[in-house]
Design a protein around this ligand. Structure first.
Ligand code: SF4
Ligand code: SF4
Length: 284
């Protein structure tokens, strides 16, 4: 039996990816199973989904804690979520990232594959720059590097069961199959601890009261980071004014500085900046 764990963010299609994988495996004559982990349901929040594939009916119903394959739909999660937990040495780690897989070697003694699924998704008009829908490009890559399902079955599953834009999603899967790159890496130190929270969570006295964004670091939600070009910046402070999470501050000279632990990557600052001095860049 092959056990697969998907890590993504709400809105990227991790749950749909696990379902499409199960449909594809069924088309290939295998016995699949897929189900999500229900956590926080909101766009941008970390999401987990599971799949099992076997030549015989799958009886086990627990979540996947010792996967053979881990699929990461958002490379920004690598620093914040222990995605490799339980992944066996020599297992497959497939990451949506523009980086070479060798650059991800520090994640552990795994077979590491990388595919720039965000670029593929945007090429096919799937999602937006702030939230590309990368699941089908990643599934195509999965077919190639895992050998667990065929590309034909993945494409057929997408054409039958993808919730929208079946033609574009099937094309994205084919591109993911073509573009994915794999590296073999040796034993390496484990992933370090998650980024420290610089501000402790403080519960309000009134449990129904909403909390200030000052007590809610939202960096975990982020898939894109604002990058400020100070050469174009006029120090107008619009980005500070419009940021819903108070994630912009100013240095002594009045230049804007990002408070990364509070930035959720919504892109409002980039949209509001008059001289277009802010670009939203994918987290590598
Ligand atoms: S992307 Fe910009 S507006 Fe949105 S939270 Fe981050 S700094 Fe604030
Ligand atoms: S909105 Fe743009 S120009 Fe104004 S301070 Fe922010 S980055 Fe600079």
């Amino acid at each position: 039996m092959i056990e697969v764990r998907f890590h993504g963010r709400g809105g990227q299609g991790a749950v749909v990816a696990s379902e499409l994988l199960a449909h594809a495996a069924f088309r290939d004559g295998k016995f699949p199973q897929s189900f999500p982990f229900f956590g926080v349901e909101r766009r941008g929040a970390p999401v987990t989904a599971y799949a099992r594939i076997d030549d015989r009916p799958v009886d086990v119903r627990t979540s996947v804690t010792a996967p053979d394959i881990v699929v990461v739909l958002d490379a920004g999660l690598l620093r914040r979520v222990p995605v490799t937990a339980g992944l066996r040495a020599g297992g497959l780690l497939l990451v949506n990232s523009p980086r070479r897989p060798e650059e991800l070697a520090g994640l552990g003694p795994f077979r590491i594959a990388a595919v720039d699924a965000a670029r593929i998704a945007l090429r096919h008009g799937l999602g937006s720059v702030t939230l590309p829908i990368v699941n089908t490009a990643v599934l195509g890559a999965f077919a190639r590097v895992s050998g667990v399902v065929s590309l034909d079955a993945v494409r057929a599953a997408i054409e039958s069961f993808s919730p929208a834009r079946q033609v574009e999603n099937a094309a994205a899967a084919s591109d993911g199959y073509t573009d994915v790159v794999t590296a073999e890496v040796g034993p390496i130190p484990e992933l370090g601890p998650a980024s420290p929270r610089t501000v402790p969570l403080v519960l309000p006295e009134d449990p129904v009261a909403s909390r200030s964004s000052e007590t809610l670091p939202t960096a975990d939600w982020r898939s894109l980071t604002p990058v400020i070009d100070l050469g174009r910046c006029t120090r107008c402070n619009f980005c500070w004014k419009f940021c819903p999470d108070n994630a912009i501050e100013f240095d002594a000279a009045g230049w804007p500085v990002l408070r990364g632990e509070f930035c959720k990557g919504c892109g409002i600052c980039a949209a509001e900046c008059p001289p277009r001095a802010i670009a939203m860049r994918a987290e590598a």
